[in-house]
Design a binder for this molecule. Structure first.
Ligand SMILES: Nc1ncnc2c1ncn2[C@@H]1O[C@H](COP(=O)(O)OP(=O)(O)OP(=O)(O)O)[C@@H](O)[C@H]1O
Ligand SMILES: [Mg+2]
Length: 227
């Protein structure tokens, strides 16, 4: 028997269970913009309306992908060439989709991922110069029809995001230690993605209180996925 998600994916135009279709939401944006905080709040709120929610993250989200994550987040900023890094990320993503995301959706759970394929587009292509065509080919191969239903791109001035990450306990990972021009290219890349794929992506103003940002996010989720 084919797995259930082959039937229920809205992009395949078959909505076997109408409003019960398990949604896939991704959060994207630069360092410290509040992705993890907002995912926790959105998951709580959706669970409050009786929806089963699986939260996950990239790189990682499955045992194999978490092993690849270690290779990516540890070490010197120049440890990998951007292309090698893109390939490792898509290897991890293939495992994440096969072992975590698709099985969860097949049993009717919504999935919220802290970063997904747009991060490879923004970091490795937008900020680090890997040809966008290469990233798109990999994306098609690995993600195929399992694209997110909704991508929330949290946006704020680069300095503000880094300041939040600093307050949380110093610039810990390889990316956080890269300079301001890198983070400025990154921010622009995420805004370009939103422009290129407006049906899937919504830019959220990530400034202001946690509650204010959560309210902006819930309005979009409600409008796009719950009606
Ligand atoms: N609206 C907000 N106002 C002030 N501080 C916030 C807000 N949202 C989150 N923070 C704080 O900013 C820091 C970064 O938030 P968070 O970890 O959610 O961001 P992130 O996008 O997941 O970061 P990273 O890219 O490093 O994973 C945390 O210390 C968090 O408590
Ligand atoms: Mg986070």
């Amino acid at each position: 028997m084919r797995p259930l998600w082959l039937y229920d994916h809205p992009r395949r135009g078959i909505r076997a269970w109408g409003d019960m279709v398990a949604k896939f939401i991704t959060f994207e944006g630069g360092e410290g913009v509040g992705k993890s905080t907002q995912i926790r709040l959105l998951a709580e709120r959706l669970r409050g309306s009786g929806i089963e929610v699986v939260t996950t993250r990239e790189p990682g989200g499955s045992p194999g992908a978490e092993q690849i994550r270690k290779l990516l987040v540890e070490g010197e900023p120049g440890r990998w060439t951007p292309l090698s890094e893109a390939l490792l990320l898509f290897a991890a993503r293939a495992d994440h989709l096969a072992r975590t995301i698709n099985p969860a959706r097949a049993r009717g759970a919504w999935v919220i991922s802290d970063r997904f394929a747009d991060s490879t587009w923004a970091y490795q292509s937008g900020a680090q110069g890997v040809a966008l065509d290469s990233v798109k080919v990999l994306r098609k191969m690995v993600v195929g029809a399992d694209e997110p239903d909704l991508t929330l791109i949290l946006d704020m001035p680069v300095e503000d995001g880094l300041a939040r990450a600093m307050e949380r306990g110093g610039l810990e990972n390889r990316y956080e230690r890269m300079g301001l021009p890198f983070h400025a290219r990154l921010r622009q890349a995420f805004l370009d993605i939103a422009k290129a794929e407006p049906e899937r992506c919504v830019v959220i103003d990530a400034r202001g209180s946690t509650d204010a940002v959560a309210a902006r996010i819930y309005t979009v989720v409600d409008e796009r996925l719950m009606r």
